[in-house]
Design a protein around this ligand. Structure first.
Ligand code: FES
Ligand code: FES
Length: 160
């Protein structure tokens, strides 16, 4: 079936089998290959943002996003310029193998866009569904805490 939605600011229209997951759609049809891990909702590596909400793309059918606006990890940077959250990950060494990183970044981007002053407990709570097997969570939480200022400013300039 024909499916239209927006991804990282670009309108897309694709022909897709109704049983295709959003994860497979993004990877196989649009070459947005931010990670997939368990493919059954357990690891969080495949998290993308659909209309502002962080969702596991392996648990969603592509047809469910008809008309929606999606942000993937590829949409966070501005060309070659990393986003403030990505810069904070780099500064705090918040990744090692990087397998969990796309899902960590999208999950945190959705959280901090909504709640720029989320505290460490809230950040840990929201990240509890994203598994990291090698870095440990301390630098990831530190990076998120540092990036909050940017999200707060962004929210302030929207409100102003
Ligand atoms: S690949 Fe989707 S939650 Fe693990
Ligand atoms: S950096 Fe390796 S799983 Fe998180």
């Amino acid at each position: 079936m024909q499916l239209q939605f927006e991804v990282n600011g670009q309108a897309v229209e694709i022909d897709i089998a109704p049983r295709t997951t959003l994860c497979d759609c993004l990877r196989d049809h649009l070459n947005l290959t931010g990670h997939a891990g368990c493919e059954h909702g357990a690891c969080g590596a495949c998290t993308v943002i659909v209309d502002g909400q962080a969702v596991r793309s392996c648990l969603m059918l592509a047809v469910q996003v008809a008309g929606a606006s999606i942000v993937t990890v590829e949409g966070l940077a501005d060309g070659d310029e990393l986003s403030p959250l990505q810069e904070a990950f780099r500064k705090h060494h918040a990744l090692q193998c990087g397998f969990c990183t796309p899902g960590m970044l999208t999950t945190l981007h959705a959280l901090l866009s909504d709640e720029p002053m989320a505290d460490a407990d809230r950040i840990r709570d929201v990240l509890s569904g994203n598994l990291c097997r090698c870095t440990g969570y301390i630098p990831i939480v530190e990076a998120a805490l540092e990036a909050r200022e940017h999200y707060a400013k962004k929210q302030g300039s929207k409100a102003g």
